[in-house]
Design a protein around this ligand. Structure first.
Ligand code: ZN
Length: 171
C-alpha cells in the first residue's frame, strides 16, 4: 500500500533535503486566521500574500463556521496571537451547486449505507451563509472581545477577493 503515497513521499524527501525556514513559534505573525474551503484550487497563502508562520488556516467543505472551526479559532485567539478572522467562501463552490438532500444522497450512494444525522451544510445563498457564519463568530462566547471578524468571497478565476461582510469587532 506504501506506493499509493509514493508520489507525495518522494516529493517530501526532496523538500526535506532542500532545507527550509521554520518560524520561531506557532504564533500567527500577522495575527490572522483564515477560514476557507477545501477546494483544491485555493492556495490561501498565495491569495493573501502570506508565508508559513503568518496565519492560521482552517479549512472545511464550504468554509463553514462549525463547532470545530470555532474550537480552533478559540484556541488560536487565546494562545496563538489571532485577533482577526477572515471567513472566505469562493465562487464555483460545490456546496453552492447542490442541496443538503442531494449531498446526503451522494454520500449514501458512495457508501452504500443509509445516512442519518449528517449535515452537509450546503450553501443556498452565499451572502446569507457568510453573514450567518460571521454572525456566529461575533456571538461566540469563546472569542475574546475585540476580535475582528469579516466575510469575503474569493473569485477563483479573477483571483479577486471581495468584502461581503464588513469587519466587525466582537463585543
Ligand atoms: Zn468550496
Amino acid at each position: 500500500m506504501d506506493d499509493l503515497f509514493a508520489d507525495v513521499l518522494d516529493a517530501n524527501a526532496r523538500f526535506a533535503a532542500a532545507g527550509h525556514e521554520v518560524a520561531a513559534s506557532g504564533v500567527a505573525r500577522r495575527s490572522l486566521a483564515i477560514v476557507t474551503c477545501i477546494d483544491s484550487r485555493i492556495d490561501p497563502l498565495a491569495v493573501f500574500g502570506l508565508e508559513p508562520g503568518d496565519a492560521k488556516i482552517l479549512r472545511n467543505a464550504g468554509a463553514r463556521v462549525t463547532n470545530d472551526v470555532e474550537r480552533g479559532l478559540a484556541l488560536a485567539a487565546a494562545s496563538l496571537g489571532v485577533t482577526r478572522i477572515a471567513v472566505v467562501q469562493h465562487t464555483d463552490c460545490k456546496l453552492t451547486a447542490a442541496s443538503d438532500a442531494d449531498l446526503i444522497a451522494a454520500v449514501g450512494k458512495a457508501t452504500g449505507r443509509p445516512i442519518d444525522g449528517f449535515d452537509p451544510l450546503a450553501i443556498a445563498d452565499q451572502p446569507a451563509a457568510l453573514a450567518a457564519d460571521v454572525g456566529r463568530l461575533l456571538a461566540s462566547p469563546l472569542l475574546p472581545a475585540g476580535t475582528v471578524v469579516a466575510g469575503f468571497l474569493y473569485d477563483l478565476h479573477s483571483g479577486v477577493v471581495s468584502t461581503m461582510v464588513e469587519p466587525v469587532l466582537t463585543g
